[in-house]
Design a protein around this ligand. Structure first.
Ligand code: PEP
Length: 260
């Protein structure tokens, strides 16, 4: 079956009320009735998942994190199983804002690996964020990304590798990074090809070609088309622009119009 393009919204810690979250989702849901070839996923804060799941059946929900293990005595945590039971389909794991303190307390590839396995076991689709903090002249960033892919997917079965989604998010281009700079579609293409090769080496060419790779890092409605056309990816992970429902809808429409 052909892979569908996917546009994922990472709302991060927005909005500040459940009522507003409901309005945002309703706005998006009303406007994507004719969207057929693009999968639209919204990842709101945990608190709003239960309410939002009742708003639209067409929009899939994702969480922004999950505990790396089964349900148990872990104060403040939310397990993958609980999310799955709530009707959540996706979970963002290893986001750079969680890898760097203070938000996530410094998640390592090893922790992300445990979260991925737990998510897969529970039936969630992990959206695994990887990306280098900076680009050095010696191209060490390729090794950093390769290590992230390998360590995050260590012990994950070859078949499951085609089920995960890899979001390439160069940290230097994410909107929350101080002194960030724009990545280009060429940066995305180069890395998407590289990541697919690493995936192929640890699974098979067939599995790797089925794995969806996304680009994320300050994407807006102005450059979404360029990343989707020339960035070698199957979709986008959108942060800041996704908290403006109109901008997000524009990105979804661009994706829908491009996919042949
Ligand atoms: C993200 O945080 O996943 C992201 C892509 O953020 P932004 O689009 O704001 O850079």
């Amino acid at each position: 079956m052909a892979k569908r393009n996917i546009v994922i919204a990472n709302w991060k810690m927005n909005p500040s009320t459940a009522t507003e979250a409901g309005k945002w989702l309703l706005n998006i849901a009303k406007s994507i009735k004719r969207i057929k070839r693009t999968e639209v996923v919204i990842c709101p804060p945990f608190l709003y998942l239960e309410k939002l799941k009742k708003v639209s059946r067409k929009i899939m929900l994702g969480a922004q994190n999950a505990y790396p293990g089964e349900v148990g005595p872990f104060t403040g945590e939310v397990s993958a199983e609980m999310l799955y039971n709530l009707g959540v389909k996706y979970v963002i794991l290893g986001h750079s804002e969680r890898r760097s303190p203070p938000a996530g307390g410094g998640e390592t590839n090893e922790i992300v690996n445990k979260k991925i396995k737990s998510a897969l076991l529970s039936g969630l689709v992990p959206v695994i964020c990887i990306g280098e903090k900076e680009r050095d002249e010696k191209h060490e960033y390729f090794n950093i990304v390769k290590t992230q892919v390998k360590e995050c997917l260590k012990g994950v079965s070859k078949e499951s590798i085609s089920k995960v989604i890899i979001a390439y998010e160069p940290v230097w281009s994410i909107s929350s990074t101080p002194s960030r700079r724009d990545a280009t579609a060429a940066d995305s293409l180069e890395m998407a090809v590289f990541i697919r090769k690493v995936l192929s080496d640890i699974s098979s060419p067939q599995m790797a070609s089925n794995t969806r790779i996304l680009y994320g890092g300050s994407v807006t409605d102005r450059d979404a088309g360029e990343f989707l056309t020339n960035g070698g990816v199957d979709g986008l992970l959108v942060g800041r622009a996704s908290i403006d429902p109109l901008k997000f809808l524009e990105i979804v429409k661009i994706c829908e119009a491009l996919k042949s």
